[in-house]
Design a protein around this ligand. Structure first.
Ligand SMILES: Cc1ncc(COP(=O)(O)OP(=O)(O)O)c(N)n1
Ligand SMILES: Cc1ncsc1CCOP(=O)(O)O
Ligand SMILES: [Mg+2]
Length: 369
């Protein structure tokens, strides 16, 4: 072990290090320093999470859970642990990882701090066993509470962003796919679905990875069409499933509670079933016939009106919608739409995105927002 301090220069001109503590006491001091540092680390991380729950999400329940955890951690921070602190002698204060200096989004800040709190609690759990018989168990329980909080908070974040999203861009294969999506993101788009029915899985995976990164960089949600495995592989925000795709319950089991699941519907029965099965949002259409979904009959504006009056989850009118007819769809009650060609084939996807979003936000006195 490294000997610190306590120099005695007396003996025959030879510098001798004398440490007044026994080996056992020295180890105890080290353990106390570890506990002191990690009690601080866990509380600081929780405070960062709490501020977002409180000011960013206005969520009293989650903010309160952070606060409770902070207080329980503080109760372990005894005077003797604080007394062991030696900030000047701590070589770790100068160490930092380049990633600590850059956070690209709120999500990145939250994830980094969940990780920090969980790591600190794990350290407290192990070294705490050397300090107090109950500390290991208490820290383990708190660590599990932090996992639950993470699931709830990240799921809540996603759902809030879904609620704020009124335009949904469903992609189709193209050379300039990334550029087109980025242009739409610059126009304020917050919801993207990667849809490619024919590509090889190797290409799908590569595209999905790049699109996922791009969307998250702009703070947008990224959903994968049809494929739960791809969604998991790239850490997407969810999947979109049609009537012939996997059952929602199976997808939920695979994806866990915090990712979004969307379901296509073409009539009232499908809508009620999708909602009962736990879809987070539904597609309503095709409203108009469309070459993007060749051979699929249009459901018309009647089903849009039905959705307006009956859907208890966010719903997106889809199919043949563009700048020329979006107002008819809005007049029938839609305030969310999904488009493929309108954006994939746009000369200026940024402008078209801005236009579509502005129409979806226009005042609609008779339609609930
Ligand atoms: C938002 C949205 N709504 C409907 C669909 C269509 O899904 P599905 O019926 O599974 O057809 P494919 O897209 O898989 O051909 C969708 N993708 N997105
Ligand atoms: C995937 C899908 N599901 C119902 S309609 C549709 C395609 C919509 O494409 P477009 O916006 O080009 O008409
Ligand atoms: Mg499908």
């Amino acid at each position: 072990m490294k000997q610190t301090g306590w120099y005695d220069k007396s003996t025959n001109g030879i510098v001798v290090m004398v440490n007044p503590y026994s080996q056992k006491e020295q180890i105890q001091q080290v353990v106390y320093r570890i506990l002191d540092a990690n009690l601080d680390r866990a509380r600081e991380g929780l405070r960062i999470l709490e501020e977002w729950c409180r000011f960013g999400l206005n969520n009293a329940q989650m903010a309160n859970e952070c606060k409770q955890l902070r207080q329980e951690i503080a109760a372990w921070h005894s005077v003797e642990l604080r007394a062991a602190r030696d900030t000047q002698g701590d070589i770790g204060t100068e160490l930092s990882h380049p990633h600590e200096e850059e956070r690209s989004s709120i999500k990145a800040v939250l994830l980094a701090n969940f990780c920090r709190v969980q790591e600190a609690l794990r350290v407290l759990e192990e070294y705490g066993k050397l300090y107090h018989p109950d500390m290991g168990k208490a820290c383990k329980q708190m660590r599990y509470r932090v996992y639950t909080l993470e699931t709830n908070l990240m799921g809540y974040e996603r759902y809030q962003l879904l609620l704020r999203s009124h335009l949904y861009f469903v992609t189709s294969p193209a050379e300039n796919l990334l550029e087109t999506v980025e242009a739409a993101l610059k126009g304020g788009l917050t919801l993207v679905q990667y849809r490619d029915k024919d590509a090889l899985d190797s290409l799908r995976l590569e595209n999905a990875k790049q699109l996922c990164q791009l969307c998250h960089h702009y703070g947008a949600l990224f959903i994968i069409n049809d494929r739960v495995d791809l969604a998991l592989a790239v850490d997407a925000d969810g999947v979109h499933l049609g009537q012939e795709d996997m059952p929602i319950a199976t997808a939920r089991q695979l994806l866990g509670p915090q990712r979004l699941i969307g379901r296509s519907t073409t009539n009232s029965d499908e809508m009620q079933r999708a909602i009962a099965e736990g879809a987070d949002y539904i597609g309503v259409g095709p409203v108009y016939e469309t070459p993007t979904k060749e051979g699929k009959a249009a459901v018309g504006l009647e089903y849009v009106r039905y959705a307006m009056n009956n859907s208890s989850v966010p719903w997106f009118a889809i199919g043949g919608i563009d700048t020329t007819n979006i107002n008819d769809v809005i007049d029938a009650g839609a305030n969310r739409v999904a488009v493929v060609r309108s954006l994939m084939q746009a000369e200026q996807p940024t402008l078209v995105t801005q236009y579509l979003i502005s129409q979806l936000h226009r005042i609609q006195p008779s339609i609930p927002s």
